[in-house]
Design a protein around this ligand. Structure first.
Ligand code: G3H
Ligand code: 13P
Ligand code: ZN
Length: 326
């Protein structure tokens, strides 16, 4: 029997995006693969009164199992209520980079409230046809759909692209109209992972393309993938404690803040969380080599992650204080 997200206390992204576009902030989309990450995300978003999108990637489904992750998200709804005096916060459970129709359908049928169908590597017409097919199925169940136009440089699951193919503003109106998507991920110079720019590069994203896209589809929800900032203090802690991350460079927080004030209403962050956890764990391993209780290193990792996400919600995305917007 199919499970609707509505019975799990989750919400789709439609109303959240409308409020975010109007309010000039972006909803955080944080990836999770395990309990500590989920706790950190929920604690941070409850403490900052922010709505949140919990993202499950293909890699996460393989690592942790889709069913288990869905039950964890369901548990997160109750956990958020418990630690917020009963109010809870709006929580979306989203499939990140859905690779095909079948994966999207499986998520829609099993409690996800939002899916991404990533047809960005396909020829334009094939991207439209696939995205349209997912939208038609998803909308029967009031599940929202994110499509993508343009290709980010770097690695996206198993697919890797050498160079960015920026989104062509002249295509967005046609794509949005013909697919019926609820939001659109665009490529404007962000990329996945911790190595987004090379030393000597101008580490800027193309806010001019974003502005051009916004002109063509005013008020339509735009999504930015690959939006980790790769905090240099975390890179330093990792490298001082036995790590080897050379020339890891991310997107400036000022640029993300500017994007969030515009039609960008969902910002995807995964790598920064990985860096925060790794830095905390390496530090414990280095400073307390006698420690072998996982709670003694996963606990500090969880705390570091929570502080990172609180910072993002308050200072970068601007979503803090918007959980209960009318
Ligand atoms: O889009 C990339 C996300 O960071 C997910 O990465 O496929 O390694 O879980 P993953
Ligand atoms: P980062 O690798 O920059 O954190 O991007 C994550 C992402 O886009 C998930 O879809
Ligand atoms: Zn992504």
């Amino acid at each position: 029997m199919a499970t609707s997200y509505k019975d799990l206390g989750l919400v789709n992204s439609r109303a959240l995006f409308a409020k975010a576009v109007k309010g000039g902030y972006a909803i955080p989309a944080y990836n999770f693969n395990n309990m500590e990450q989920l706790q950190a995300i929920i604690q941070a978003c409850v403490e900052t009164e922010s709505p949140v999108i919990l993202q499950v990637s293909k890699g996460a489904r393989e690592y942790a199992n889709q069913t288990l992750l869905r039950y964890m998200a369901q548990g997160a709804v109750e956990y958020a209520k418990e630690i917020s005096g009963g109010k809870g916060i709006p929580i979306v459970l989203h499939l990140d980079h859905g690779p095909d129709f079948e994966t999207c359908k499986s998520c829609i049928d099993n409690g996800f409230s939002s899916v991404m169908i990533d047809g960005s590597h396909l020829p334009y017409e094939e991207n439209i046809a696939l995205t349209r097919k997912v939208v038609e199925y998803a909308h029967k169940f009031d599940v929202t759909v994110e499509g993508e136009l343009g290709v980010l440089a770097g690695v996206e699951d198993e697919v890797s692209a050498e160079k960015h193919t920026y989104t062509r503003p002249e295509e967005v109106e046609d794509f949005v109209k013909r697919t019926g998507v609820d939001s659109l991920a665009i490529a404007i110079g962000t990329s996945h992972g911790a190595y987004k720019f090379k030393p000597g590069d101008d580490p800027k994203i193309r806010l001019d393309i974003l502005a051009e896209i916004e002109k063509r589809i005013p008020g339509f929800p735009i999504v930015l993938h690959g939006s980790s900032s790769v905090p240099q203090d975390l890179v330093k802690i990792i490298n001082e404690n036995g790590g080897r991350l050379k020339d890891a460079i991310g997107i400036g927080e000022d640029q993300l803040r500017a994007a969030a004030k515009s039609a960008v209403c969902k910002i995807n962050i995964d790598s920064d969380g990985r860096l925060a956890m790794t830095a905390a764990i390496r530090k414990v391993f280095n400073e307390k080599p006698e420690e072998f209780d996982p709670r003694k290193y996963l606990g500090p990792a969880r705390t570091a992650l929570k502080e990172l996400y609180k910072h993002k919600n308050i200072e970068v995305l601007g979503s803090a204080g918007h959980a209960y917007d009318k």
